[in-house]
Design a protein around this ligand. Structure first.
Ligand code: MF3
Ligand code: CO
Ligand code: CO
Length: 257
Protein backbone atom coordinates (compact mmCIF):
# COMPACT_ATOMS: atom_id res chain seq x y z
CA UNK A 1 0.00 0.00 0.00
CA UNK A 2 1.10 3.59 -0.40
CA UNK A 3 0.04 6.88 1.10
CA UNK A 4 -3.23 8.20 -0.29
CA UNK A 5 -3.36 11.93 -1.06
CA UNK A 6 -6.91 13.10 -0.41
CA UNK A 7 -8.82 15.21 -2.92
CA UNK A 8 -10.53 18.44 -1.83
CA UNK A 9 -13.90 16.68 -1.68
CA UNK A 10 -12.45 13.84 0.43
CA UNK A 11 -10.84 16.42 2.73
CA UNK A 12 -14.25 18.04 3.20
CA UNK A 13 -15.70 14.66 4.22
CA UNK A 14 -12.79 14.06 6.60
CA UNK A 15 -13.42 17.49 8.20
CA UNK A 16 -16.99 16.41 8.88
CA UNK A 17 -15.97 12.98 10.25
CA UNK A 18 -13.27 14.54 12.42
CA UNK A 19 -15.66 17.12 13.88
CA UNK A 20 -18.20 14.42 14.70
CA UNK A 21 -15.57 12.29 16.49
CA UNK A 22 -14.46 15.32 18.53
CA UNK A 23 -18.07 16.01 19.47
CA UNK A 24 -18.44 12.51 20.95
CA UNK A 25 -15.58 13.29 23.35
CA UNK A 26 -17.26 16.58 24.27
CA UNK A 27 -20.59 14.85 24.81
CA UNK A 28 -19.18 12.06 27.03
CA UNK A 29 -17.06 14.32 29.28
CA UNK A 30 -19.70 15.03 31.95
CA UNK A 31 -20.44 11.29 32.23
CA UNK A 32 -16.85 10.33 33.10
CA UNK A 33 -17.25 10.33 36.89
CA UNK A 34 -16.61 8.09 39.91
CA UNK A 35 -18.90 5.04 39.84
CA UNK A 36 -19.79 4.94 36.15
CA UNK A 37 -18.88 1.72 34.34
CA UNK A 38 -17.03 1.75 31.05
CA UNK A 39 -19.90 -0.31 29.61
CA UNK A 40 -22.22 2.60 30.44
CA UNK A 41 -19.84 5.04 28.73
CA UNK A 42 -19.72 2.71 25.72
CA UNK A 43 -23.51 2.55 25.51
CA UNK A 44 -23.94 6.33 25.79
CA UNK A 45 -21.37 6.89 23.02
CA UNK A 46 -22.83 4.12 20.85
CA UNK A 47 -26.35 5.58 21.04
CA UNK A 48 -25.10 9.10 20.33
CA UNK A 49 -22.97 8.03 17.37
CA UNK A 50 -25.70 5.86 15.83
CA UNK A 51 -28.90 7.75 16.67
CA UNK A 52 -27.87 11.41 16.99
CA UNK A 53 -24.93 11.62 14.59
CA UNK A 54 -26.13 8.89 12.22
CA UNK A 55 -22.61 7.55 12.01
CA UNK A 56 -21.01 4.13 12.42
CA UNK A 57 -18.81 3.40 15.47
CA UNK A 58 -15.73 2.05 13.67
CA UNK A 59 -14.32 -0.16 16.47
CA UNK A 60 -17.47 -2.33 16.73
CA UNK A 61 -16.61 -5.67 15.08
CA UNK A 62 -13.36 -4.21 13.68
CA UNK A 63 -11.13 -7.32 13.52
CA UNK A 64 -13.39 -8.79 16.17
CA UNK A 65 -13.31 -5.87 18.63
CA UNK A 66 -16.53 -6.29 20.67
CA UNK A 67 -17.45 -2.68 21.60
CA UNK A 68 -17.99 0.75 20.04
CA UNK A 69 -15.24 2.66 21.87
CA UNK A 70 -11.96 1.88 23.61
CA UNK A 71 -11.57 2.68 27.31
CA UNK A 72 -8.05 2.30 28.69
CA UNK A 73 -7.64 2.75 32.46
CA UNK A 74 -4.39 3.37 34.41
CA UNK A 75 -1.83 0.71 33.34
CA UNK A 76 -3.81 -0.05 30.17
CA UNK A 77 -1.88 1.45 27.26
CA UNK A 78 -4.59 1.20 24.58
CA UNK A 79 -7.45 -0.92 23.17
CA UNK A 80 -9.11 -1.42 26.58
CA UNK A 81 -12.51 -3.11 26.21
CA UNK A 82 -15.44 -1.47 28.03
CA UNK A 83 -16.71 -3.65 30.87
CA UNK A 84 -18.85 -3.67 34.01
CA UNK A 85 -15.91 -2.28 36.00
CA UNK A 86 -16.67 1.05 37.71
CA UNK A 87 -14.33 4.03 37.47
CA UNK A 88 -12.92 4.96 40.88
CA UNK A 89 -11.43 8.14 42.28
CA UNK A 90 -7.80 8.47 41.20
CA UNK A 91 -8.22 6.64 37.88
CA UNK A 92 -6.90 8.06 34.64
CA UNK A 93 -8.79 6.81 31.60
CA UNK A 94 -8.37 7.24 27.86
CA UNK A 95 -11.50 7.23 25.73
CA UNK A 96 -10.78 6.58 22.05
CA UNK A 97 -13.52 7.38 19.56
CA UNK A 98 -13.54 6.49 15.87
CA UNK A 99 -16.61 7.18 13.77
CA UNK A 100 -17.41 6.67 10.10
CA UNK A 101 -19.49 9.29 8.29
CA UNK A 102 -20.21 9.10 4.57
CA UNK A 103 -17.49 6.45 4.24
CA UNK A 104 -14.72 8.44 5.97
CA UNK A 105 -13.15 8.01 9.41
CA UNK A 106 -12.47 10.46 12.26
CA UNK A 107 -10.25 9.12 15.09
CA UNK A 108 -9.45 10.92 18.34
CA UNK A 109 -8.85 10.22 22.01
CA UNK A 110 -8.23 12.07 25.25
CA UNK A 111 -7.45 11.35 28.88
CA UNK A 112 -9.90 11.98 31.70
CA UNK A 113 -8.92 12.32 35.35
CA UNK A 114 -11.56 10.75 37.62
CA UNK A 115 -12.09 12.23 41.10
CA UNK A 116 -8.86 13.01 42.97
CA UNK A 117 -5.92 12.07 40.81
CA UNK A 118 -2.37 12.06 42.18
CA UNK A 119 0.04 14.77 40.99
CA UNK A 120 2.34 12.18 39.35
CA UNK A 121 -0.55 10.78 37.28
CA UNK A 122 -1.74 14.28 36.32
CA UNK A 123 1.77 15.15 35.20
CA UNK A 124 1.92 12.06 32.96
CA UNK A 125 -1.44 12.99 31.45
CA UNK A 126 -0.48 16.58 30.71
CA UNK A 127 3.01 15.83 29.37
CA UNK A 128 1.48 13.24 27.03
CA UNK A 129 -0.94 15.87 25.71
CA UNK A 130 1.96 18.29 25.24
CA UNK A 131 4.05 15.79 23.27
CA UNK A 132 1.07 15.14 21.00
CA UNK A 133 0.83 18.89 20.31
CA UNK A 134 4.59 19.10 19.71
CA UNK A 135 4.28 16.27 17.19
CA UNK A 136 1.37 17.98 15.46
CA UNK A 137 3.35 21.23 15.19
CA UNK A 138 6.01 19.45 13.11
CA UNK A 139 3.45 18.64 10.42
CA UNK A 140 3.78 20.47 7.11
CA UNK A 141 4.45 19.67 3.48
CA UNK A 142 8.15 18.77 3.20
CA UNK A 143 8.64 17.67 6.82
CA UNK A 144 9.24 13.98 7.52
CA UNK A 145 7.59 11.42 9.76
CA UNK A 146 10.89 11.21 11.65
CA UNK A 147 10.53 14.90 12.57
CA UNK A 148 7.27 14.03 14.35
CA UNK A 149 8.63 10.95 16.12
CA UNK A 150 11.81 12.71 17.14
CA UNK A 151 10.19 15.62 19.02
CA UNK A 152 7.75 13.28 20.75
CA UNK A 153 10.49 10.90 21.90
CA UNK A 154 12.85 13.69 22.93
CA UNK A 155 10.32 15.63 24.99
CA UNK A 156 8.91 12.46 26.59
CA UNK A 157 12.33 11.09 27.53
CA UNK A 158 13.51 14.49 28.79
CA UNK A 159 10.60 14.20 31.20
CA UNK A 160 11.70 10.67 32.21
CA UNK A 161 8.78 8.91 30.49
CA UNK A 162 9.09 6.08 28.00
CA UNK A 163 7.44 5.92 24.57
CA UNK A 164 5.47 2.82 23.54
CA UNK A 165 6.78 1.38 20.26
CA UNK A 166 4.38 -1.45 19.46
CA UNK A 167 1.49 0.87 18.53
CA UNK A 168 1.67 3.92 16.33
CA UNK A 169 -0.33 6.54 14.49
CA UNK A 170 -1.55 5.84 10.96
CA UNK A 171 -2.91 7.20 7.75
CA UNK A 172 -6.71 7.44 7.81
CA UNK A 173 -9.49 8.07 5.32
CA UNK A 174 -11.82 5.52 3.75
CA UNK A 175 -9.82 3.02 5.80
CA UNK A 176 -9.56 3.08 9.60
CA UNK A 177 -5.83 2.31 9.29
CA UNK A 178 -3.87 3.00 6.10
CA UNK A 179 -0.28 3.89 5.23
CA UNK A 180 1.90 5.36 6.63
CA UNK A 181 2.83 4.08 10.07
CA UNK A 182 3.37 7.18 12.22
CA UNK A 183 6.00 6.21 14.82
CA UNK A 184 6.19 8.22 18.02
CA UNK A 185 9.98 7.91 18.14
CA UNK A 186 12.72 8.37 15.57
CA UNK A 187 15.20 10.75 14.05
CA UNK A 188 14.61 14.16 12.52
CA UNK A 189 14.82 14.17 8.75
CA UNK A 190 14.24 10.43 8.39
CA UNK A 191 11.22 8.56 7.09
CA UNK A 192 8.50 9.43 4.61
CA UNK A 193 8.20 13.05 3.41
CA UNK A 194 4.81 14.61 4.16
CA UNK A 195 2.76 16.10 1.32
CA UNK A 196 -0.28 18.37 1.40
CA UNK A 197 -3.44 16.25 1.32
CA UNK A 198 -2.11 13.41 3.46
CA UNK A 199 -4.17 12.71 6.59
CA UNK A 200 -2.57 10.98 9.57
CA UNK A 201 -3.21 10.37 13.23
CA UNK A 202 -0.72 11.30 15.94
CA UNK A 203 -1.45 9.29 19.08
CA UNK A 204 1.53 8.93 21.44
CA UNK A 205 1.38 6.51 24.37
CA UNK A 206 3.73 7.39 27.25
CA UNK A 207 4.51 5.17 30.24
CA UNK A 208 5.60 6.23 33.71
CA UNK A 209 7.89 3.18 33.84
CA UNK A 210 9.44 1.09 31.09
CA UNK A 211 8.15 1.16 27.52
CA UNK A 212 7.32 -2.54 27.20
CA UNK A 213 3.74 -3.71 26.80
CA UNK A 214 1.89 -7.01 26.72
CA UNK A 215 -1.50 -7.88 25.26
CA UNK A 216 -3.90 -9.70 27.58
CA UNK A 217 -5.60 -13.01 26.69
CA UNK A 218 -8.66 -11.13 25.33
CA UNK A 219 -6.41 -10.37 22.34
CA UNK A 220 -6.89 -6.59 22.66
CA UNK A 221 -6.10 -4.99 26.02
CA UNK A 222 -2.50 -3.74 25.94
CA UNK A 223 -0.98 -3.08 29.37
CA UNK A 224 2.42 -2.00 30.63
CA UNK A 225 4.58 -5.02 31.47
CA UNK A 226 5.80 -3.36 34.68
CA UNK A 227 2.22 -2.27 35.64
CA UNK A 228 3.18 1.40 35.51
CA UNK A 229 0.65 4.05 34.48
CA UNK A 230 0.22 4.89 30.80
CA UNK A 231 -1.43 7.82 28.99
CA UNK A 232 -2.45 8.53 25.39
CA UNK A 233 -3.95 11.40 23.39
CA UNK A 234 -4.88 11.31 19.71
CA UNK A 235 -5.84 13.67 16.89
CA UNK A 236 -6.51 13.25 13.17
CA UNK A 237 -4.39 15.77 11.27
CA UNK A 238 -4.41 17.03 7.66
CA UNK A 239 -1.05 17.99 6.11
CA UNK A 240 -1.21 21.37 4.36
CA UNK A 241 1.34 23.43 2.37
CA UNK A 242 1.71 25.82 5.30
CA UNK A 243 1.47 23.30 8.15
CA UNK A 244 -1.43 21.35 9.56
CA UNK A 245 -5.15 21.36 10.21
CA UNK A 246 -6.37 19.35 13.22
CA UNK A 247 -9.61 17.75 12.03
CA UNK A 248 -10.65 16.53 15.50
CA UNK A 249 -10.06 19.72 17.50
CA UNK A 250 -12.41 20.27 20.45
CA UNK A 251 -13.72 23.64 21.62
CA UNK A 252 -11.69 23.40 24.85
CA UNK A 253 -8.48 23.29 22.77
CA UNK A 254 -9.01 26.52 20.83
CA UNK A 255 -6.13 28.31 22.62
CA UNK A 256 -3.75 25.35 22.72
CA UNK A 257 -2.63 24.98 19.11
N1 MF3 B 1 -8.82 3.94 17.68
C1 MF3 B 1 -7.64 3.11 17.70
C2 MF3 B 1 -6.59 3.89 16.95
O1 MF3 B 1 -6.38 4.99 17.30
C3 MF3 B 1 -7.86 1.77 17.10
C4 MF3 B 1 -8.78 0.94 17.87
S1 MF3 B 1 -8.95 -0.56 17.07
C5 MF3 B 1 -10.20 -1.25 17.96
O2 MF3 B 1 -6.00 3.50 15.99
F1 MF3 B 1 -10.58 -2.26 17.31
F2 MF3 B 1 -9.72 -1.52 19.18
F3 MF3 B 1 -11.17 -0.39 18.09
CO1 CO C 1 -5.79 5.99 15.58
CO1 CO D 1 -8.06 6.03 18.07
Amino acid sequence: MSIIIKTESEIEKMRIAGKLASEVLEMIAPHVVVGVTTDELNDICHDYIVNVQQCIPAPLNYRGFPKSICTSINQTVCHGIPSSKKLKSGDIVNIDITIIKDGYHGDTSKMFCVGDVSPHAKRLVSITQEVMYLGIKQVKSGATLGDIGHVIQKYAENNRYSVVREFCGHGIGKNFHEDPHVLHFGRAGEGEVLEAGMIITIEPMLNLGKRHVKVLSDGWTAVTKDHSLSAQWEHTVLVTEQGYEVLTLRQEESGLL
